[in-house]
Design a protein around this ligand. Sequence first.
Ligand SMILES: Cc1ncc(COP(=O)(O)O)c(C=O)c1O
Length: 401
Amino acid sequence: MSEIFRPSIAEIDLSAVQANFLVLRGFVDPAAFFCPMIKANAYGHGDREVANALRIAGARHLGVALIEEGIKLRKNGDREDLLVFGVFSDEVSAQAMIDHELTTVLSDWSQLDALEKVALKSTLKKAKPKVHLKFNTGMNRLGFAIEEAPRLRERFANHSSLELEGVCTHLLRGDDAGVAQGDSQSQFVQFAKVMSAFRGLKVHAHALNSGGTVGVWKRALSQEGLRKEEVGPLGARPGISIYGVQAAADPALAVDLKPVMSLKSRIVLTKKVAKGDVVSYGATWRADRPSLIGVIPFGYADGWARALSNKGSVLCRGQRVPIAGIVCMDYFMVDLTDVADLKAPVQNGEEVVLIGEQKGQRILAEDVAQMTGTIAYEVLTRVSDRVPRRFIGASYEGAAR
Ligand SMILES: Cc1ncc(COP(=O)(O)O)c(C=O)c1O
């Protein structure tokens, strides 16, 4: 988006990204693998800019879901390690991985076969293509079965055309910090079996998402049946907490994180309505007193959920003002009556904060998620492309795109 006329923006604080990276990095062994996740356009924040900021902060590995996401970062000049966690099975995809020097996270034999075949016939620019093996320890989404670990070890020990750099798994209850039902503990026990199958090979092991990084691993360590030396320094792949969202359900595990995204807009029109007048589609909001209504140009096509209709609130002059009526595609309305300052009523052009801080008041992505029965991941990733991102922070002086 080169020319920007609308007043609605997502402000992305890249210094906060860097600060969160350093906080989370501090939770794992300095020798452990550490791979911030920047898939889905860095959880909606802008992957190129977030990647640049993380590289400056010291991130050696970054993770994406799609080959396309990896290629986009390569085209942006990122030359360091990029892991692609998504599944593919055809040789065209394998070729793209190799051409762009993307590290593949393999989940089954057909992927491994396709990649080896393509690697064998490719003129490689550098060393062998790097791969990580993912194991299914209980999530039942992606990954090899634990029992396949010895066979896989043999395959790599016997002169594969690929370099095995790591083995990993994914926690299904990382956000519960291991307190619920012991799922994470049982996943660690399974993963320890994988690690012992690969003992003696120089491979990284990684398993921890954000919740796992800040809590679950520590707690699991104290559980019977799992000792640190069985798995070595366990690596992490934090996503959501890089963006400032607390991941562990237990408030005792809250960490010093800084929210990265603020959603800001401006009131484009105000209007007085009489008692009994309605606002927006379907007449679901009716004034019970003479009221002042503000129109905000941010709708569900921008990622402001329709489920916030008559429920959510935003900040205006540091006060929470309730959403009045149904959220439309391009707009929603707020009831400004209680912000009425007779000498200086709210004017067109005044700033409103949908997510973020204003005059000491704060609305978090987590608050919006709670109001709409979802999670902060969804609130952040659904901020659509038509909302310009404005990057602030020490490391990147980029303009909005
Ligand atoms: C394989 C993998 N690792 C790590 C993460 C990061 O998880 P979180 O955002 O909960 O930290 C994800 C996200 O879904 C993932 O799919």
